[in-house]
Design a protein around this ligand. Sequence first.
Ligand SMILES: Nc1ncnc2c1ncn2[C@@H]1O[C@H](COP(=O)(O)OP(=O)(O)O)[C@@H](O)[C@H]1O
Ligand SMILES: [Mg+2]
Length: 374
Amino acid sequence: MKKINPFVIGKYVGPEYFCDRKDETQSIVNAIENQRNLTLISHRRLGKTGLILHIFNHFFRQGDLVLFYLDLMHTNDLNSFVRSLAKAIIGKFDKRTTQVLKSFGKLVRSLRPSITIDPATGKPCIEVFLQDNTNPETSLDEIFNYLKHQKKHVVIALDEFQQITHYPEKNVEALLRGHIQQINNTNFIFSGSHKHMLTSIFGDYSRPFYQSTEFLELGKIDRETYKVFITEKFEQGKFNIDPVAVELILEFTNDYTYYVQFLCNKLYGQNIKNITNELITETFSAILKEQEVVYYNYRNLLTEHQFNLLTAIAKEEKVNMPTSKAFIKKYNLGAVSSINTAMKALLTKEMIYKEKKYYRVYDVFFSKWLKCYS
Ligand SMILES: Nc1ncnc2c1ncn2[C@@H]1O[C@H](COP(=O)(O)OP(=O)(O)O)[C@@H](O)[C@H]1O
Ligand SMILES: [Mg+2]
């Protein structure tokens, strides 16, 4: 088999390509083993989905749990939620499919699973539709009933869970909470990137999920641990890389998982065996150039004032008080009231985020591009 690039992006291929997260893994495994629900929160691209799949891989080898993962990002109503849940339960098309469909079909009559060909891959996959004249609430009842009939303990990961607050149906939280409360053999990992929304789903006294889970906030991977991982992977591929070069990679990418992986993947993929500081700098600039079309598009989505403010934040890297006199003067940003309005817009558009009292540009590469080229 061809050797893969060890800096994997966008999928989970196994523990040997997964850096650290030992403490977090232990906490989540402990929650699962003790039947507690847990909510995993972090900014986008730090590694929530990867961590969930890593943990699922851990249990998969043991085989005494049934694990289902679903990403709610692209669901937009209860109907699509129910169909995603059913699809996750039925699983991908394999030799077990006929058996699963049979037992699923017995208890879930309101849904119609069918085998179709995925136009993207040309391979068979499962699609699920609601039967005519049924409503998704009935299907949800039936799916929970099916889960109750499972002999093994079930764990369901609902990724990007805050998405349910955008559904047009107003009762989704109460509906789900009701089902989750009544099922004994199933636990949940809720996960998402919107801290504010998730803490209010689970932390507001008046909401159905109030205090129903424990929280785990995922931070960046520790720099020293990442250094060891990066060095090891390059050395296994017969590259030369010294500690200063590894430090530079982490400096450029702000220790942010996705960006670290991306830069390392590019460096590895060029197959130039001597990873010097110059090579890192050149590769990094090339990535920013490649992304330029996207950045110009971001620019079009913002007003001139918002863009100037964003650029000012990028140039400072992190900003504590965007309305301070010194910051306004340095970047000629105008009235405090208009800065407050622009900050709100940038937060809503997820162009910036706040971490430990500081505002930063969300996308690390974009931030560096703004800093260097704007
Ligand atoms: N511990 C890790 N080691 C190596 N790569 C990781 C790790 N965690 C995540 N990744 C990679 O980083 C990127 C972002 O991770 P992801 O799990 O998608 O973030 P999130 O779900 O928080 O948005 C992905 O490309 C993923 O493959
Ligand atoms: Mg994710």
